[in-house]
Ligand binder design. Structure first.
Ligand SMILES: *Cc1c(COP(=O)(O)O)cnc(C)c1O
Length: 354
């Protein structure tokens, strides 16, 4: 069958995929909602949190806390939790719901999180928890809003604070899921289970559009127990059978491969290949985590020039703002990755980004 409307009906690929996702994601994430894109999975996560608090007779919990430099998608709800400046949505700021923003974590990946690093989150929760439904963040790696890697300790403390203040934690693993950060899911670095998790991007290895929102049994059961006894979201193409089959095949390939070794190798090659960029005058920082390599410049690149320069040396790399980055497929070969890192060094060294 080409498609089954996934309301009251089910099918094998969806059942198998949901079981698989529950199995491989952190403990406590036992229910799955399938949708068609990452942004929609974020809308769903936010609606789950809101419907949960309504069912708990706390309908005043309607706000979200989010981190500066965060990126969660382009739909209206998702835009309201993206960084108001780097989130690329300034045109729409007037009509977006007003949420709370706290500074991007200053403690870097691998470093401890001191009291002053978590102070903003602490005070925001202390002051506003009664009106806050959830904290939403990208665990460990902030992607499109700044390509920053932050302390696992911060994530752990954020989770504890959410528990203390009765606020849900939504982990947006759309960019980090399936090994990208060096762990299967970035939450594993902090050993935490969020209440809700969003997956997308590499869920299907890029071959079909599909996303998933997972949540705890506590959330799904609370929603089910309270009128209208269903989660109020039902996109036409949710759990599209072909997309579910593709996701299952992609996860099988990932699990059958030695993805951990591949990602570690890519990490080592990125470190080696990009290190020399840090000696360039215009380079602010070079950082690598898992299969993510970032060269942050001091100034915004000239997009037209830098893209042409990359095309001229035979590579396709798309920077944004001050960031030139690589997130290669895990099957990339050493020679190919060297071509990419050398291209970045050559283009920046020759000032072709200015
Ligand atoms: C890409 C991305 C999204 C949005 O997903 P789309 O499939 O583009 O709608 C949301 N959150 C994060 C962290 C992303 O990287």
């Amino acid at each position: 069958m080409a498609h089954v409307m996934f309301g009251g009906l089910t099918h094998a690929p969806a059942v198998e995929l949901c079981k698989k996702l529950v199995e491989i994601t952190p403990d406590n994430l036992d229910s799955v909602f399938l949708a068609d894109s990452g942004s929609v999975s974020v809308e769903i996560a936010m609606k789950m949190a809101l419907q949960y608090w309504q069912a708990k007779q706390q309908p005043e919990k309607t706000k979200f806390i989010s981190l500066r430099n965060g990126y969660h998608g382009d739909t209206i709800g998702a835009m309201s939790v993206c960084d108001p400046v780097t989130g690329m949505h300034t045109l729409f700021s007037d009509i977006l719901a007003k949420n709370f923003f706290i500074p991007s974590p200053e403690c870097k990946f691998g470093e401890p999180c001191q009291t002053e690093h978590i102070e903003n989150l602490n005070t925001t929760l202390e002051k506003h928890h009664a009106s806050v439904a959830a904290l939403i963040l990208e665990p460990i790696v902030q992607g499109a809003g700044g390509m920053k890697f932050y302390s696992a300790d911060y994530l752990q403390q954020a989770k504890s604070l959410c528990e203390k203040y009765n606020v849900l934690l939504i982990a947006d693993e759309i960019a980090t899921g399936f090994g990208r950060s060096g762990k299967l899911f970035a939450c594993e670095y902090a050993g935490i289970s969020p209440d809700i998790m969003c997956l997308g991007k590499s869920l299907t290895g890029g071959y079909m559009t599909l996303a998933a929102t997972l949540c705890s049994k506590e959330i799904s059961q609370t929603i089910s127990d309270y009128p209208p006894h269903v989660f109020m979201h039902g996109p036409t193409f949710m759990a599209n059978p072909l997309a579910c089959s593709v996701a299952l095949a992609s996860i099988r390939l990932l699990q059958e491969s030695d993805w951990q070794a591949n990602v570690n190798n890519i990490e080592q090659m990125l470190i080696k290949g990009l290190k020399k960029c840090s000696q360039l005058d215009d380079v602010e920082d070079v950082r690598v985590l898992g299969a993510i390599g970032v060269v942050e410049l001091k100034n915004t690149v000239n997009m037209a020039k830098i893209q042409q320069a990359f095309v001229d040396v035979g590579v396709w790399i798309r920077p944004f703002g001050k960031l030139v980055y690589l997130m290669p497929p895990y099957t990339i070969e050493q020679r190919e990755l060297n071509t990419l890192t050398n291209a970045i060094f050559d283009v920046l060294n020759n000032g072709k980004h200015l």
